[in-house]
Write a protein that binds this ligand. Sequence first.
Ligand code: SF4
Ligand code: SF4
Length: 106
Amino acid sequence: MNEERMKKDGAAEKCYAFPNSPTPGMPVVIDETRCTGCNKCVTICTTDVFVANPEKGKPPIVMYPEECWYGGCCVGECPEECLTMRHPLMMRVHFKNKETGDIKRT
Ligand code: SF4
Ligand code: SF4
């Protein structure tokens, strides 16, 4: 698209970004009913997984889930406790006590 056409369509002034939907796992899930949109999780995340919602007070957007390191800083920082970490399947190792049946996570 040439520059003149972009200006005519308004595309030169707008920038669009969409979450990466083909990513197999969603590392963090936000309970949107409790999130206040304080953006503390956005600020603490060193790999910029989140993008602040353009609408003030709305939950952040998990824009780059594939960049998550699964450290959980965002979960610890959230004052509303509305962030849930979802580890990939291969990280969900647990051990079962054969005698008692108790399950222990590593
Ligand atoms: S776990 Fe760490 S890397 Fe992943 S979204 Fe939270 S703060 Fe960012
Ligand atoms: S820290 Fe919690 S309440 Fe604040 S924007 Fe993130 S998910 Fe929402």
